[in-house]
Ligand binder design. Structure first.
Ligand code: HEC
Ligand code: HEC
Length: 195
């Protein structure tokens, strides 16, 4: 009887280690799945695909789950997150959060950049610190992100199509953004990578 109990405990321990120890996604596997669109080490080469290098792990995790649940508008992400375990998503989020953010080089209009800076300081700076350069737990880097992606994201927020991280809601402020606010904001953030 004692011997049987010991054997069972041993089996239970083996199962436990088997499920917690192994299965970490290797960086090469993540790169092979994601870098075709998000670029090597998450630095995107294509304006429609957001850069994800150096974004906070909690933010990345939130977005991946939002695509998985279908609550964020996604044109392309759904199939890459469907059926993935929480642990897989966490490995991806951690891998990309450890890479270096590289502002994307793009053309901006100085007048719009100035206007955007004013709107940013009035409505956005509180959470997106240092002109959107400094990430927090859930607040992503905005400065130097591809402009077409930022424009689309802001239009989706303004239309109420992208639910925010709970408790961090920008609520009324972002819902009130019009085309006249969005374009200057996009140029302001884009100017971080201006050549
Ligand atoms: C076929 C291209 C493609 C592939 C492959 C792809 N993505 Fe994406 N990803 C996108 C696009 C496009 C968006 C913007 C939302 C949308 O339109 O789907 C996005 C959005 C994201 C975002 C949100 C970024 C932000 O700033 O809000 C994260 C994080 C992300 N992808 C991670 C990943 C990971 C991790 C993988 C690999 C498992 C991956 N993606 C594979 C195209 C792709
Ligand atoms: C109360 C804090 C807060 C305020 C104020 C705020 N944001 Fe955010 N923002 C966040 C958080 C948290 C996220 C992470 C994603 C989410 O919750 O949707 C985010 C995400 C974003 C994204 C998506 C970036 C990406 O890569 O997907 C953009 C663009 C953005 N904010 C722009 C703005 C602009 C422009 C303003 C001002 C008009 C603003 N935010 C005001 C907290 C805030």
């Amino acid at each position: 009887m004692v011997r049987r109990t010991v054997a069972l405990l041993w089996l239970a321990a083996a199962l436990l280690f088997g499920t917690t120890g192994a299965h970490a996604l290797e960086p090469q596997t993540i790169e092979a799945t994601c870098s075709g669109c998000h670029g090597p080490q998450g630095v995107s080469m294509v304006p429609n695909f957001p850069s994800i290098a150096g974004q906070p792990a909690d933010f990345i995790m939130y977005t991946l789950k939002a695509y998985q649940k279908g609550v964020w508008p996604a044109q392309m992400m759904t199939s890459f997150v469907q059926g993935r375990s929480e642990a897989d998503l966490r490995d991806m989020a951690e891998y990309y959060s450890e890479q270096d953010w590289v502002p994307r080089p793009q053309e901006t209009e100085p007048e719009l950049v100035k206007q955007g800076k004013r709107i940013h300081e009035a409505l956005c700076q509180k959470c997106h610190r240092a002109g959107g350069r400094e990430p927090a737990d859930y607040e992503p880097i905005l400065a130097g992100q591809w402009m077409p992606y930022l424009r689309r994201a802001l239009e989706e927020y303004a239309a109420g199509e992208r639910p925010m991280v709970k408790g961090r809601g920008k609520g009324p402020k972002i819902r009130q953004l019009t085309e006249e606010d969005i374009e200057p904001l996009v140029h302001f953030y884009g100017s971080a990578g201006a050549q």
